[in-house]
Design a binder for this molecule. Structure first.
Ligand code: NAP
Length: 290
């Protein structure tokens, strides 16, 4: 299939690489063009603009945030300016509001649109083991089937309305942050009573908390492996801000959200931008005098 891919960060590079390996004809675009080189070496074509990447059947986007996606779609040389009618599949974690705006704009332009944000960090993207939460018109999602199969281990089809997938992704990321916060608080408590973090984690993941979120992030917390970041604290803050905005619009109080968001702000202020979002564990232990 002829596919455009815009956004070659930690996630996008790995995802586009898997599309090339699966035999698709991939055209890549990235704001900083040098990141295209490894994919071009692997067989991709390089586009000069997102619009140039949108002349096949699908154009996937995996950029940082709402502002980046707005640039890629509505900016000069953006997807809206493409002569072709590739359906746009947005895989970034973006706001419900932008997803609704894209649904309307693409609809008016006669272009298909679906949202397909993902769960899984860069190593899962590399291994083609992402979980994909997809929502959009059935014909667009049918086109995506072989493409999703090359990038993910499972696709959850949620609804015809694309923004359904975005709200599910935001809810999921809030739950990851809440799990990290809860684990960090319990680990800090145990440490103050002389119990090693690793021993605590072994008991919990060996009993009723044997889920990937506790295994993956528990290991990061035990080893304080916060750099290099798999998912940076600024991206985490972006997501918690999007959750807060969706919650305000729908009048949903989310008290735990305020706590994790403040811990992210504290982490960014103390540590800078290049740290993993799970480093909120440092804020928890500092506040306990460790
Ligand atoms: P990343 O490594 O920081 O890459 C960000 C990408 O966005 C880069 O290609 C960057 O281009 C591009 N970008 C930023 N601002 C732009 C702008 N104004 N115009 C055009 N392009 C712009 O981020 P990532 O970790 O790959 O994450 C990408 C998306 O996936 C985010 O929405 C994130 O929330 C989501 N996500 C990430 C993870 C994870 O664990 N990392 C997991 C699930 C979902 P340059 O190269 O030019 O900077």
């Amino acid at each position: 299939m002829k596919i455009g891919f815009a956004g070659l960060g930690s996630m996008g590079s790995a995802m586009a690489g898997n599309l090339i390996r699966a035999g698709h004809e991939v055209t890549v675009w990235n704001r900083s063009p040098d990141k295209c080189a490894p994919l071009v070496a692997a067989g991709a074509k390089q586009a000069k603009t997102p619009a140039d990447a949108a002349n096949g059947e699908l154009v996937m986007t995996m950029v940082a945030n709402d502002a980046a996606l707005e640039e890629v779609v509505f900016g000069t040389g953006g997807i809206l300016a493409a002569t072709g009618k590739a359906a746009h599949i947005s895989m970034s974690t973006i706001s419900v509001e932008l997803s609704e705006r894209l649904t309307q704009t693409h609809g008016e332009a006669g272009r298909g649109y679906a949202s397909a944000p993902v769960f899984g960090r860069p190593p899962a993207a590399e291994a083609g083991k992402l979980f994909i939460a997809a929502a959009g018109p059935a014909d667009v999602l049918a086109l995506c089937e072989p493409v999703f199969a090359a990038m993910g281990q499972r696709v959850f089809t949620l609804a015809e309305k694309p923004s359904a997938a975005n709200v599910v992704k935001l809810g999921g990321n809030f739950m990851i942050m809440a799990a990290i916060e809860a684990m960090a608080e319990a680990m800090t408590l145990c440490q103050k009573y002389g119990v090693e973090k690793a021993s605590f984690l072994e008991v919990l993941t060996g009993t009723i908390f044997n889920a990937p979120v506790y295994q993956v992030y528990g290991d990061i917390l035990v080893n304080e492996r916060f750099r290099p970041a798999g998912f940076t604290a600024p991206l985490g803050l972006k997501d918690m801000t999007l959750v807060a905005s969706a919650a305000s619009s729908a009048r949903v109080p989310m008290p735990i959200l305020g706590i994790v968001r403040d811990h992210l702000l504290e982490t960014l202020a103390q540590e800078g931008d290049d740290i993993d979002w799970s480093a909120i564990a440092g804020a928890v232990s500092r506040n306990a005098g460790l």
